[in-house]
Design a protein around this ligand. Structure first.
Ligand SMILES: C[S@@+](CC[C@H](N)C(=O)[O-])C[C@H]1O[C@@H](n2cnc3c(N)ncnc32)[C@H](O)[C@@H]1O
Length: 459
């Protein structure tokens, strides 16, 4: 029997309800959790510790979805696609609390049952209660022992389950860590997946020429970054509320991305830098803003290309006041004239290197996304090589460590005689980058997203 509205609403915890509503938007509308949640918290006046808990529950549940589903299916005795969506959202939220937080079992189960009952009535609430109680009988370790392949049979499959990644992505990480020539990081899969399963801290980029990283750290209570001279690590809080961010003195940008943008501007050239710089895939404009600020200091000018009008508008906003011209065009056929000294191709990619910053992304991507992206990446790189002058430099980067998107694209262009690789390691102030000539950053080693970069020139 469904209860009257005033009783229904009373029982529901607003923090869990907010997290549940995010999960629902992700499942029903393919929304991005990190766009939905902040808006929802603002609208409902959820702040402080409650906001932190809602964030942990929503993002944590999104990150762990595939593993939670395997456990729910086992406990429920049926596949998750046979469970009603709204009930599944709450089961995921409850299972996450039971397995991956310190919230007591009683609170995790009862708040979940309340959520279901308020919406769907007593029957589904009873089902939810039974499934969550069954899940609560074991911890995550025991469920992993029960449901994951053993380390002896399948290391990658086991670690994928343990650290909540789809198996194919864990395999991509393993391949990338092994590297094209035997790899210095083979054997680091467990650390890599563990770091990718953590919620990352926010990185700020101090706008070069306006504020130093030290000043920004003082102003925000943050800590100066380890590698990028512009980076500040922010321990917590909403970066959108910081004066420095509101005033355009700083932006939110992963330290790895800062290093890529900077690398383009410090790469040695043959001949003088004539000040013609290009960002061929600019939206939403994080790297264009960094390169534009450095261009201003070096008396250079940056052209920024982006085919999507909406994203081009984001670039215009982020480069306001800088010597940057935004072009709405396809980078493969931009209409720009050749002769650039420095070109960045920050190619559209699977984003497998920044999964930790986009909670639901790992469960949405599929291996079938890769070939089309690789074809586009290659075409963009070829276009960049036509736009750069002889002796100029093209930096090719992806926020993905997938070997097909990184080394595969670069080496296919080199094999066709269209480019020669340069050693990218001296462009990045990071030790321990292996044998080169490429740079592959990793969350578990550098605390950055898994950015790849290669430096190329015309042969
Ligand atoms: C990885 S993002 C670039 C991120 C950006 N450099 C930054 O730091 O903010 C790739 C961008 O390439 C754009 N893109 C997609 N197809 C493109 C094409 N054919 N030519 C140029 N850019 C393209 C996407 O719209 C997206 O904005």
């Amino acid at each position: 029997m469904t209860r009257p509205a005033h009783i229904r609403d009373k029982a529901v915890d607003p923090v869990r309800k907010a997290a549940r509503d995010v999960l629902r938007a992700v499942r029903e509308r393919d929304s991005y959790a990190n766009l939905v949640l902040p808006k929802l918290l603002r609208e409902r006046g959820i702040t402080g510790r409650d906001a932190a808990l809602a964030t942990e529950l929503a993002y944590g549940t999104c990150r762990a979805t595939g593993v939670l589903d395997a456990i729910i299916a086992s406990a429920a005795g049926r596949a998750v696609d046979e469970i009603d969506g709204p009930v599944l959202d709450v089961l995921r939220l409850g299972a996450y609390q039971l397995l991956r937080t310190r919230i007591g079992a009683h609170a995790a189960v009862s708040t979940s049952v309340d959520l279901i009952r308020s919406e769907a009535g007593q029957g589904p609430a009873g089902f939810c209660n039974a499934v969550l109680r069954k899940i609560s009988q074991r911890d995550e370790e025991l469920w992993t022992d029960e449901l994951a392949p053993s380390m002896a049979d399948d290391v990658v499959g086991h670690l994928a389950f343990r650290y909540a990644h789809p198996r194919w992505i864990a395999q991509v990480f393993a391949d990338a860590l092994a590297g094209p020539d035997g790899g210095v990081r083979a054997g680091e899969l467990q650390s890599a997946l563990a770091a990718d399963d953590e919620r990352p801290i926010v990185h700020l980029a101090a706008r070069p020429g306006l504020i130093s990283a030290e000043e920004l750290a003082l102003a925000t209570g943050g800590e100066v970054g380890a590698f990028s001279p512009y980076c500040v690590y922010l321990p917590g809080g909403d970066p959108g509320k910081l004066d420095a961010v509101r005033d355009g003195m700083a932006g939110v940008q992963d330290e790895g991305s800062q290093l890529v943008a900077r690398a383009v501007t410090v790469a040695p050239l043959e001949g003088d830098d004539t000040g013609r710089w290009l960002d061929l895939c600019a939206g939403p404009g994080g790297k264009a803003a960094m390169m534009g600020a450095l261009a201003e200091i070096d008396a250079a000018a940056l052209d920024a290309v982006e085919p999507s009008e909406h994203r081009a508008e984001l670039v215009r906003t982020s480069v306001k006041g800088l010597p940057v011209t935004v072009h709405v065009a396809d980078g493969r056929d931009s209409g720009l004239s050749t002769g650039y000294d420095r070109v960045l191709v920050d190619a559209p990619c699977t984003g497998l290197g920044s999964l930790r910053r986009r909670p639901e992304a790992r469960w949405r991507r599929t291996p079938s996304d890769v070939p089309e992206l690789v074809a586009l990446q290659r075409q963009l790189l070829v276009a960049a090589l036509e736009l750069v002058r002889p002796g100029g430099v093209v930096v090719y980067s992806t926020c993905s460590p997938h070997p097909a998107e990184t080394v595969g694209v670069v080496e296919s262009v080199v094999a066709d005689g269209l480019a020669r690789t340069l050693d990218a390691r001296p462009l990045v102030p990071v030790d321990d980058l292996g044998d080169g000539p490429y740079v592959q950053l990793w969350p578990h080693v550098h605390g950055t997203d898994a950015m790849f970069l290669a430096a190329l020139t015309r042969p």
